[in-house]
Design a protein around this ligand. Structure first.
Ligand code: WT7
Length: 665
């Protein structure tokens, strides 16, 4: 790949607030730079110090053994994730403190929110009981347990129970369908599924158990299904001998289940991530390194303060689903070892109304808030009035993850949610990396809208060409990680060759996440999008992300997706799919034509004439996966005027595609 031209000009800078920096774990950019330098020059000493913050049944003999692409961390050490999430807090006298705050989507008979506070004691009791349930169902150390549940506390309990006995979990997001369950159960060779009868989503029941039943007609690998009854709706099918009620099994289970000492390199879990093509990849994470890295990054990125938590002054909320890596790492495993309570919410952001999140932040006095750019753009579209009627003054740090955040959305997040007071941490990472890789630290880093800033401590990130040589300042290239880190993926379950091909063959010797990036004159990183999201227009490589950002900086635009399509003259043309903040103008009207012209001129002004879209489609929705990622390959097919033949099963709403095709004509 030649270098991507970068035309996005963004010079606004925001220093960490002085008051905030004063007490922060990392309190200045100089301190960050010192720590970072040491972590790269003497990684073994650095990581040993981090690992010592945790409980180990047996110490490691070597910090790292590395023979690319294979890394072993804390070799010979024995530890347990659940022990470090629960018992360690209890041993330190914090047993009665809140570990998880849970809020249901629905309301009680008086219309009041339904909230549960789970202490470390409560959680350890239930986790131990469920661990004994799993054992009684024949689950042994090393057996893969499939979990397909809604966002209920029992999901966290089930995963921690697996960790307690050393059974790797494979959690499937509750929005996925039967065929996704079948594929993952088969790939993971899992004979047991833990599920719910249903989950609540915007007031409706999602029939989880029915999806499992359907999946199990397509595979005979599963002999045991445990069902937590959440929705208690009618008509749930029951297979005697195979299906068991959670409550029934828990009633007889012992509360005593010592945590199993796990080898640092024992498999902790598998999490499937969809590739742009082919079947999902079962990303493998192991125990010790994942534990150390997620806990450290949670502490530093969100500046977590256990001493404030003890006074009820610190509550962290990540709005992701536990079915994604964000939920694994930054709702559960990275948070509990830090002794800071983590808020878990069952429902969606606009139920019963568009102010649900802000109402919750006000009621619970949330201090650290972590969400996704796609959500932020939805909040913008819904309007500020839903936010400003709530008091969000408890907030101290705002985070974002999942895709590049366009500067407009960043500024809105800062102003409307953060009251111009809260540092924003734009965290770049992946399912494969386990934890944050590039991110500002809230007390140290001067931030610029759209940039994920600096490498995390211990991370050696660079922007290179395909030979692995660093490119110049502000020159686009391929993002790589040059040194191993504790929570790096250990492979793709059952597919060694795909692991090597996907991550280790584009740039020899380095981990390649397949994202494009550039580094600016301040040493800040900018993600320009997936390497395959680059459009070559008349010989210029344009990152789709930059054109999208330019469109969204137009007053009338809420969200935009940009793809390339074959163009006679330029090689590729630019097609822009634009969601407006206001009403869509009538198709074919003068208003529509004027608006499109205005949008094109705006992009021309922001980025230069080369970036002006050749096609603009005004739409009310975009095809997205259930995790909120725009399915660009579908948009590419539509823009090229071709028929859609590829898989659309992960699409959230299929009618969107039909409407776009109809519009294209
Ligand atoms: C891909 C990983 C990490 C948990 C959620 C997604 C994109 C993620 C950012 C960010 C720009 C980002 C990248 C990455 N991405 N965060 N802050 N800025 N891009 O996990 O499904 O494994 O996706 O998401 O393209 O490679 P995932």
């Amino acid at each position: 790949m030649s270098s991507t031209e970068s035309m996005l000009q963004e010079n606004r800078r925001f220093d960490p607030p002085v008051e905030f920096a004063k007490d922060a774990h990392v309190a200045s950019i100089e301190q960050y730079e010192r720590l970072h330098q040491r972590s790269i020059e003497d990684p073994e000493a650095f990581w040993a110090e981090e690992a010592e913050k945790h409980h180990w049944f047996e110490p490691w003999t070597r910090v790292l053994e590395y023979d690319a692409p294979d890394a072993k961390w804390f070799v010979g050490g024995k530890t347990n994730l659940a022990y470090n999430c629960l018992d360690r807090q209890i041993d330190a006298g914090l047993g009665d403190q809140t570990a998880i705050v849970w809020e249901a989507e629905g309301f009680d008979a008086d219309g009041k929110p339904v909230v549960e506070h789970w202490s470390y004691h409560d959680l350890r009791r239930e986790v131990s009981k469920f661990a004994n349930v799993l054992k009684a169902q024949g689950v042994n150390k090393g057996d893969v347990v499939t979990i397909y549940m809604g966002m209920v506390p029992q999901l966290a309990i089930a995963m921690l129970a697996c960790a307690r006995i050393g059974a790797p979990h494979s959690i499937i997001f509750g929005g996925f369908s039967a065929s996704a369950i079948r594929d993952r159960v088969e790939d993971g060779k899992s004979r047991i599924v833990v599920t719910c009868d249903g989950s609540f989503r915007r007031g409706k029941v999602v029939p989880l158990k029915a999806n499992v039943d359907e999946a199990l007609t397509m595979t005979d690998r599963v002999d045991t299904v445990i069902v937590y009854e959440r929705t208690k709706h009618d008509g749930v099918n029951w297979v005697e001998g195979r299906d068991h009620r959670w409550a029934g099994l828990m009633a007889d289970a012992s509360e005593n289940c010592p945590a199993e000492p796990m080898d640092s390199e024992d498999l902790a879990f598998i999490l499937y991530t969809s590739g742009s093509t082919g079947k999902p990849k079962g990303i493998m994470h192991t125990t010790g390194g994942y534990m150390v890295y997620t806990a450290m990054t949670a502490r530093l990125t969100f500046d977590l303060k256990p001493e404030l938590a003890r006074e009820g002054q610190e509550l962290y909320w990540c709005t992701a689903d536990i079915g994604w890596i964000t939920g694994h790492s930054y709702i559960v495993y990275g948070l509990l070892p830090n002794a800071v309570p983590t808020l878990m919410f069952e429902g969606g952001p606009n139920y019963p109304a568009e102010d649900r999140f802000w109402d919750m932040i006000e009621r619970h006095k949330v201090t650290k808030f972590y969400t996704a750019p796609t959500a932020i753009r939805a909040f913008m579209k819904w309007g500020e009035e839903h936010v400003t009627k709530h008091d969000l003054s408890s907030l101290k740090v705002l985070g974002t993850v999942g895709e590049p955040i366009n500067p407009e959305a960043w500024m809105w997040y800062r102003k409307v949610i953060g009251g111009e007071r809260c540092p924003i941490v734009d965290t770049w990472w992946q399912t494969e990396t386990g934890g944050h890789m590039l991110t500002p630290l809230p007390g140290a880093t001067s931030t610029t809208p759209g940039s994920c800033c600096r490498p995390m401590l211990g991370i050696d990130a660079a922007v290179v060409n395909s030979e692995g040589d660093e490119v110049g300042v502000n020159e686009g290239g391929i993002l790589v990680i040059r040194k191993p880190w504790p929570s790096m993926l250990r492979g793709i379950y059952g597919d060694r060759q795909r692991f090597v091909d996907t991550y280790w063959s584009k740039v020899p010797g380095y981990y390649c996440p397949a994202d494009g990036a550039r580094k600016d004159e301040h040493g800040n990183f900018w993600i320009t999008g997936r390497i395959d999201d680059v459009i070559v227009v008349a010989g210029h490589n344009l990152g789709t992300m930059e054109v999208e950002s330019a469109l969204v900086s137009h007053d009338g635009v809420a969200e935009a997706a940009v793809v390339g399509f074959p163009h006679d003259v330029k090689g590729n043309g630019i097609a822009a799919y634009v969601i407006l903040r206001g009403e869509l103008p009538a198709a074919g009207s003068d208003d529509e034509a004027a608006l499109k012209k205005g949008l094109s001129a705006h992009v021309g002004k922001e980025l230069g004439p080369i970036a002006k879209p050749d096609q603009i489609l005004l739409t009310d929705a975009l095809p997205k996966t259930r995790s909120g990622k725009i399915m660009r390959r579908l948009l590419r097919t539509i823009a090229a005027g071709e028929e859609i033949k590829s898989d659309t099963t992960t699409l959230e709403d299929r009618t969107v595609v039909e409407r776009l095709i109809a519009q294209r004509g």
